[in-house]
Design a protein around this ligand. Structure first.
Ligand code: NAD
Length: 495
């Protein structure tokens, strides 16, 4: 069935407008090739218009009391909740992830929107004692201005809400540039902002290539914050470009996450966690478990369980609720994953299962869940982000060896260990160099009320979610109120 859902436009200053280029690009279903919609292929001039709109809207939005801003976000959350089913189905059609996962993605958006709306009546600052009599000292969060939100394809609702909601509740305005492969959910979110009564220009959406629209946002002098999630390569470019205008840059980049399985672990439980973490979203998660570091005493048993279960996973169009693995996002992603199969084979890894596209799958970009065995810790398949349904089994001797292997890679997002030994678990919590560690669970499953992000090349020290997210979108202002009625000199030696 080929059905065009719509011809969408950019959202700028409260209007839905064409790009000045007049050009459009296609949004297609990666499971079927079906054309879903077309979007404007925007230019730097379109980005400039959006920044101008956001800049103007900022002058009044920053003065709206935070609890009133939050009331609009609460309405957004309610509409998201009411429309969850429709949004979930659209996401599966556009991005490919199976409906249960797409529903989880929308739910994260709902949860984050409620959570950040709650900040409208919290947003704590500090009051501290002043060192002089009749003087009051406090700090308050202040918004920063126009925030550019640049997102990847793999969480089309969750990631935009993780960025937009803290930005908005703290009084910033935004220009949102969604991934070229998933513009539809961005348009739907924008429609929901409008229905909730968000004033014109507070959020603006500009579609198009990162190298053009995104690039202009990195350079624009009126953009004060860049919140970027995507690949390491583009992230480094974002940071270096934005440094020229001293923007604040929040980067959430790649991962090469490992699950450690110790010899005392419950292997059944570990296998379930590995399959879910390695092959969920077809491995297209920054937190995907693309390495399994397994104690040599249980390597054979775990490998056998994993292979048998991986071969039983149902691959297909995610709209079918019995399907467990959907397609990859596009042809280039499929080609990249298959190239890594060749790289692994050439390096001497064993392909225990998978290692090929699904044949006869029509127009869809389906790849078999792939497990590399006998992987050495420094092989490319053990160190580079593949971003597909592929994981590497690496033997370890003991906990120290396992932690050393886990920490060897340049990324530091998520890590996990299966063990019933409490001392091993706590050593792992302390020594695994990642932003997130799970004990007796896989590498995915973050909740929105704790900080999310990673160390090393996974980011630049900022965090999404939880209270930590507020730090990206606010400046601290320190305020001193002197009610003594006379000059009291601070920072002068009065002794
Ligand atoms: P990508 O880097 O190719 O694209 C991300 C965004 O950057 C897109 O919107 C793209 O248009 C834009 N972009 C590209 N060039 C640009 C430029 N010159 N200037 C400004 N913007 C530009 O990433 P992707 O393939 O969409 O997503 C996959 C990557 O994202 C993986 O590496 C994955 O690990 C990472 N990711 C990280 C997290 C996290 O929280 N750490 C979450 C999800 C995905």
């Amino acid at each position: 069935m080929s059905q065009v859902v719509g011809e969408y436009r950019n959202a700028i200053a409260g209007d839905w407008v064409e790009s000045e280029s007049g050009a459009r690009f296609e949004d297609r279903n990666p499971a079927t090739g079906e054309l879903i919609a077309t979007f404007p292929r925007s230019t730097a001039a379109d980005a400039d218009r959006a920044v101008a709109a956001a800049h103007e809207a900022y002058q009044s939005w920053r003065l709206v009391p935070a609890p009133k801003r939050a009331e609009i976000l609460f309405r957004v959350a309610e509409i998201l909740r009411d429309d969850k089913r429709e949004l979930t189905e659209l996401m599966t059609r556009e991005m490919g992830k199976v409906v249960a996962e797409a529903g989880g993605d929308v739910q994260e958006g709902i949860d984050m929107t409620y959570y950040m709306a709650g900040e409208g009546r919290r947003m704590f600052g500090q009051t501290v004692p002043a060192e002089m009599p009749n003087k009051f000292a406090m700090s308050v969060r202040q918004p920063m201005g126009v925030v550019a939100v640049i997102t990847p394809f793999n969480f089309p609702m969750a990631i935009p809400t993780w960025k937009l909601m803290p930005a908005l509740v703290t009084g910033n305005t935004a220009v949102f540039k969604p991934a070229e492969d998933t513009p539809l959910l961005a348009a739907k979110l924008m429609e929901i902002f409008e229905r909730a009564g968000l004033p014109a220009g507070v959020v603006n959406v500009v579609n198009g290539p990162g190298e053009v629209v995104g690039q202009r946002l990195l350079e624009h002098p009126d953009v004060k914050v860049i919140s970027f999630t995507g690949s390491k390569e583009v992230g480094i470019h974002v940071a270096t470009t934005a440094a020229r205008t001293l923007k604040r840059v929040h980067l959430e980049l790649g991962g090469k996450n490992a699950i450690i399985v110790m010899d005392d672990a419950n292997l059944e439980n570990a296998a379930e966690g590995i399959l879910w973490s390695a092959f969920g979203t077809s491995g297209q998660r920054c937190t995907a478990a693309s390495r399994v570091i397994v104690h040599e005493r249980v390597y054979g048993r775990l490998a056998a369980i994993l292979v048998e279960r991986a071969e039983g996973l149902r691959i297909g169009d995610g709209l079918d609720p019995s399907v467990q693995i959907g397609p990859l996002i596009n042809a280039a992603a499929l080609e990249k994953v298959h190239r890594y199969t060749g790289i692994g084979r050439d390096e001497g890894a064993t392909i225990l299962t998978g290692g090929e596209p699904v044949t006869g799958a029509g127009e869809g970009y389906f790849y078999r869940p792939t497990i590399f065995g006998d992987v050495e810790r420094d092989m490319r398949v053990a160190t580079e982000e593949i971003f597909g349904p592929a994981t590497s089994l690496i033997r370890c001797r003991d906990l120290d060896d396992a932690i050393a292997i886990s920490n060897r890679v340049e990324y530091g997002l998520s890590s996990a260990i299966y063990t019933d030994r409490i001392d091993d678990a706590f050593r792992a919590i302390r020594d695994l160099d990642t932003g997130i560690t799970y004990i007796n669970a896989g590498t995915i499953g973050a909740e929105i009320q704790l900080p999310f992000g990673g160390t090393k090349y996974t980011g630049n020290g900022h965090r999404e979610a939880g209270q930590a997210a507020l730090d990206t979108y606010t400046e601290w202002k320190s305020v001193y109120v002197d009610y003594s009625g006379r000059l009291q000199r601070a920072q002068i030696d009065n002794q």
